[in-house]
Design a protein around this ligand. Structure first.
Ligand SMILES: [Zn+2]
Length: 116
């Protein structure tokens, strides 16, 4: 029997931002900031959320940057922006884990009800 499991990611927040640095390829300073939420899945059913990752894309030449490739002051700016409007994960990222907890709760409740 095959069990398909692993991690997947989905976009949870996207925003265009004026950076305080320039794209190394085209010297443009406007970027699309995309925050992805990664989750663990079994048979493509999300079980529990993992970490978030942030990527930047130059709006002109579409070159992508990891967050660690950007200057320190830009990361500070992005961190402050995320504190005022934090990127929230959708509830379905932990759907499988919630269903599992619900089933365990029902089993525990039904076993204690039967003992009376
Ligand atoms: Zn560019």
């Amino acid at each position: 029997m095959f069990i398909f499991f692993g991690t997947r990611a989905s976009l949870i927040k996207s925003k265009q931002i004026q950076g305080n640095f320039e794209c190394s390829y085209c010297q443009n300073n406007t970027f699309n900031v995309s925050i992805y939420g990664r989750y663990f899945h079994v048979f493509w059913i999300p079980i529990f959320p993992l970490y978030k990752s942030t990527y930047l894309e130059c709006t002109h030449c579409k070159k992508t940057y990891n967050l660690y490739e950007t200057p320190e002051n830009f990361r500070e700016q992005l961190k402050k922006d995320n504190e005022t409007a934090p990127p929230k994960r959708p509830l379905w990222h932990s759907f499988g884990g919630l269903v599992f907890l619900l089933i365990v709760t029902i089993i525990i409740l039904s076993s204690t009800m039967n003992s009376f």
